[in-house]
Design a protein around this ligand. Structure first.
Ligand SMILES: N[C@@H](CCC(=O)N[C@@H](CS)C(=O)NCC(=O)O)C(=O)O
Length: 228
């Protein structure tokens, strides 16, 4: 009888590369590799997790709230955005704007859900300067690009359909953030590589040459203006 050969277990597969797994297989942005310490890079994905990571990295900005109770409010509204925006974008935006055919049922379903969300936000902003009270926070940063854009009629050309005039507090807040915060205006330029450019701020050489933000409100505005 031949002695049994010890069968060694196959070597474990190499851990999947973070960027391949998260960017290619998941097929979504954003993802972040924080290489502040090159020997120990930190991988983060999901915009909420990335924002919390960055806010914790720059605590002086106080974007997460400064007390347990204010932090709870900020985290609640940040998670509200994470849970709500897919209905606005992936639901309403998809069926209203991108789907090859107009299907009445999902458009109605997601329009009503988006309006319900806008009503929640409007009620919160009726007694608060910012989403979480007197201080600008991660919640404003996360919510503005979606709900601010909708009420400013920059998303899906849906301002009239959703009758965004019903949400004056969201409109007030959306305008205020863009007017008072340079970082909000600059954030809208990031990754915007198309169109005429003009920008005179030497602090941000990467954006030098970009057109002033008020003239480049959205991809749709650029397209409508015939700018590729
Ligand atoms: N929950 C994710 C959503 C990410 C997401 O949907 N990203 C969009 C861009 S805004 C995307 O990559 N879409 C490409 C696709 O779905 O094919 C997050 O907040 O990070």
């Amino acid at each position: 009888m031949r002695p049994k050969k010890a069968v060694s277990a196959p070597p474990p597969p190499p851990p999947p590369n973070f960027l391949i797994l998260i960017l290619l297989l998941r097929s979504k942005i954003p993802a972040l590799v924080d290489k502040t310490d090159p020997a120990n890079p930190i991988n983060v994905f999901e915009s909420g997790a990335i924002m919390v990571h960055l806010a914790e990295k720059y605590p002086d900005l106080q974007l997460l709230g400064t007390t347990p109770s204010s932090r709870a409010v900020v985290m609640s509204w940040l998670m509200w955005q994470m849970a709500s925006a897919p209905f606005l974008g992936g639901g309403f935006g998809h069926f209203y704007s991108y789907a090859p055919k107009k299907f009445e049922y999902p458009i109605n379903r997601y329009a009503m859900e988006s309006k319900r969300q806008l009503h929640v936000l409007d009620t919160q902003l009726s007694t608060n300067k910012y989403v979480c009270g007197d201080n600008y926070s991660l919640a404003d940063i996360a919510i503005w690009p979606w709900y601010g854009a909708v009420v400013l009629d920059r998303l899906y050309s849906a301002g009239e359909f959703l009758n965004v005039k019903e949400y004056p507090n969201v409109i007030r807040w959306a305008k205020m953030l863009e007017d008072e915060r340079e970082a909000v205006r600059r954030g809208r330029m990031v990754n915007r590589t198309w169109g005429a450019t003009e920008c005179d701020n030497d602090d941000f050489p990467k954006f030098k040459g970009l057109k002033p933000v008020k003239d480049r409100l959205s991809r749709a505005d650029m397209t409508n203006a015939g700018v590729d």
